[in-house]
Design a protein around this ligand. Structure first.
Ligand SMILES: [Zn+2]
Length: 264
């Protein structure tokens, strides 16, 4: 559904306030944008608290980031543009530094353990991309391999970005990322998290694909389990321990999971 510009302005201000109130950002951290149409992006302005924006303070650019308004867009807009160009289905992006998710990014950890059924259904795993200086090509280059397969990413020593078909979906994904990171940290404090068993993961993946929550390209949520087998799920296909890249069909993946399950 196409959103008109004035609705989009109101929604960005509302989401900015929510991000600030929930401590996903402080000071002038973070940025939010909506792709209005094929040629225009509405984005949060540079050096402004997301908790105190007004509908008139937002910046308008084209799809290459060229300004279409006097207000200057966030310096991190390149990250949003990369996502819009690689994912035609994505209409909104939320970037923030939520404390628990960012703690994972600072500790060098992805959020990829299959510990929560709802998260497997709605978000999938959240990979960690290599550190890149904010607002440079380094950052976008590091993100590139992951954007087609995931709806949220952690950026090493920086923060998180989530995206969706509209701004509420992008925000919800950011919220799920932060909530999952928090639960993971708390469960570690209680002695450790138990992963869901492989049969449960397979069922959840089946449900989410049938319901259309996530497509087959997001199947990496099971990688937390596959790691234990010495096989890591990576991008299109999968790498064996000696680095040879192979791909699995759905049936082959189920068969593999069953074999591993019967071995343990
Ligand atoms: Zn940032």
């Amino acid at each position: 559904m196409q959103m008109n510009e004035s609705e989009a302005r109101g929604l960005i201000v509302e989401i900015g306030r929510l991000m600030y109130e929930r401590s996903y950002v402080v000071s002038s951290d973070g940025n939010v944008s909506i792709r209005l149409d094929e040629n225009r992006i509405l984005a949060t302005p540079t050096m402004t608290s997301k908790g105190r924006m007004t509908v008139d303070s937002l910046a308008l650019t084209d799809l290459d980031g060229k300004p279409l308004s006097d207000t200057k867009a966030s310096s991190e807009l390149a990250m949003h543009i990369l996502i819009y160009k690689m994912r035609p289905d994505i209409k909104a992006v939320c970037h923030a530094h939520p404390p628990h998710g960012t703690a994972f990014a600072v500790a060098g950890l992805a959020i990829d353990k299959p510990i929560l059924s709802e998260v497997i259904l709605t978000l999938g795993c959240v990979p960690l991309t290599e550190y890149g200086t904010p607002s440079t090509d380094e950052l976008t280059e590091a993100m590139k391999p992951f954007v087609p397969h995931h709806n949220a990413l952690l950026m090493a020593n920086h923060g998180a970005v989530a995206y969706g078909r509209d701004l509420w979906e992008a925000f919800d994904r950011l919220e799920t990322l932060e909530h999952t990171a928090r639960i993971a940290i708390l469960s570690r404090a209680l002695g450790g998290a138990n992963d869901l068993p492989p049969e449960a993961i397979e069922k959840l993946i089946h449900i989410r694909e049938r319901a259309g929550y996530l497509s087959e390209s997001a199947r990496c949520q099971s990688c937390g389990y596959l790691h234990e087998t010495g096989i890591t799920c990576e991008l299109e296909g999968t790498r064996t321990p000696n680095g040879t890249k192979i791909s699995f069909t759905r049936e082959e993946l189920i068969e593999l999971l069953n074999q591993v399950a019967s071995r343990s």
